[in-house]
Ligand binder design. Structure first.
Ligand SMILES: *Cc1c(COP(=O)(O)O)cnc(C)c1O
Length: 418
């Protein structure tokens, strides 16, 4: 990855994006986009995503500026949209894949196998054999059983020992420690098992949890990783040289503080290991969340006294499954495309207590309760910003509403100063 800021226009010609329609928008892009003649009426009746390549480029530049020596391996599971993956590849990202299909998707972009880490601690044999056949030679583990499988099916694979960071409750919105990561007392037996299987343990990985609320969590995990490097040395094993600090990052104002804490911790705990040390990260949400905006159509309405109830054509079994899985707070911006073309964003309009339901017949499929919205009509839109992380990726086709059929339109808004 170069250190020069990359321009969004270089991106448009990238493999996988070349030839695709990319619409340039003003700062308040959506109004522009919907009002332009780009979309047919039928397209506006369906939910759709806008992928803003301008935002993605600023995020990559922000990452490079704040953590210049830490290579991002984008966690594909967060949002595997093909255009998004192509753009990330063109911007120089590497990738964290968790399955055969994710590895296939990345290799199809002509990204070389050494830009992939197979970061799923428990892998099916068939997926390990596939990784071996295509030369993905770096994978995480946290169990003896995994050492045995990799030793059998992919003996050339270098390993990262995933450790469980010992964190206080509430450090992250979505902790991962219950499922992943070796406990301190398991480190020695795991390193010995790898040595017995003649596998090279190249380093240590961890994940402090998605949406980290306390950035100092990284410092403790980096210190714990250093202890594992020392343990390997004490056991007389080959020198480790990779520190993988995982994901958990958000792109908001907290990022600069997080980056400063990480750089300081790497300098403190890995001083003697630099310059040979390679530090990598697995950001998912950081790149995906703010790059995507979702627009849903109001397909139904009911008025009960002062309460307004709306049905939209995406919900918790679709892109908005993040409400259930990640407790994600959603913001709905009214866009009265049909009922108020003079003032579509409803500036200064009177608001009413409103409920927004998803399209399925499950009462749980409720997107917003008791929110304030202006009077909307059927065929108006509700627009949800920051909908790129763990949304479409984990939606279903429950009740016949297919998340995978939601279109994504590529746009460029002027880069926001991050
Ligand atoms: C999901 C995941 C990530 C990405 O996490 P974010 O919180 O979205 O940054 C990174 N690494 C692994 C192993 C994951 O499972």
């Amino acid at each position: 990855m170069g250190s020069d800021p990359i321009s969004v226009h270089a991106l448009i010609n990238a493999p996988g994006l070349k030839g695709k329609t990319v619409t340039s928008l003003s700062r308040d892009g959506l109004e522009d986009f919907v009002m332009s003649k780009n979309l047919k009426t039928q397209e506006l009746e369906e939910p759709f995503f806008l992928l803003d390549l301008g935002t993605l480029v600023s995020l990559m530049n922000k990452w490079t500026r704040s953590l210049p020596s830490i290579q991002p391996f984008y966690a594909v599971k967060c949002n595997p949209n093909p255009a998004f993956l192509s753009a990330l590849a063109a911007l120089g990202a590497s990738f964290d894949c968790a399955s055969k299909a994710e590895i296939e998707a990345i290799l199809a972009l002509r990204v070389s196998a050494d830009r992939i880490v197979f970061a799923n601690t428990c892998k099916a044999n068939a997926h390990i054999r596939y990784a071996a056949s295509v030369g993905v030679n770096l994978a995480t583990f946290d169990s003896i059983e995994e050492v045995e499988k990799i030793g059998r099916w992919h003996p050339k694979c270098a390993l990262l020992l995933r450790i469980k960071p010992l964190l206080d409750d509430g450090v992250a919105r979505l902790p991962l420690g219950a499922k992943f990561g070796a406990l301190p007392e398991e480190v020695v037996p795991l390193l010995q098992a790898a040595r017995a299987a003649r596998l090279y343990v190249a380093g240590v990985s961890f994940h402090v949890g998605s949406v980290v609320l306390d950035s100092t969590a990284y410092r403790g995990a980096i210190a714990a990783a250093r202890a594992v490097f020392d343990t390997a040395t004490e056991l007389g094993m080959a020198k480790m040289n990779i520190l993988d600090i995982g994901g958990g990052f958000t792109a908001g104002s907290q990022f600069d503080e997080t980056a400063a804490i990480i750089k300081a911790a790497v300098n403190t705990y890995f001083d003697s290991e630099l310059p040979g040390l390679r530090v990598i990260a697995e950001p998912g949400r950081f790149f995906a969340e703010t790059s995507f905006t979702l627009a849903a159509n109001i397909i139904g309405k009911r008025v009960r006294g002062t309460l307004r109830e709306y049905w939209i054509n995406d919900g918790i079994y679709g892109s908005m499954n993040c409400i259930i899985h990640h407790n994600a707070p959603l913001t709905a911006i009214p866009f009265a495309r049909t009922s108020n073309s003079v003032n579509p964003t409803c500036r200064e309009a009177q608001t009413y207590i409103s409920t927004v339901f998803g399209p399925t017949c499950d009462p749980l499929d409720t997107v917003l309760r008791e929110c304030q919205l202006p009077e909307m009509q059927v065929n108006d839109l509700l627009v949800f910003p920051n909908m790129g992380a763990y949304t479409a990726a984990s939606g279903s086709s429950f009740n016949g509403f297919k998340t995978s059929a939601i279109a994504t339109h590529l746009v460029i808004t002027p880069a926001i100063a991050n």
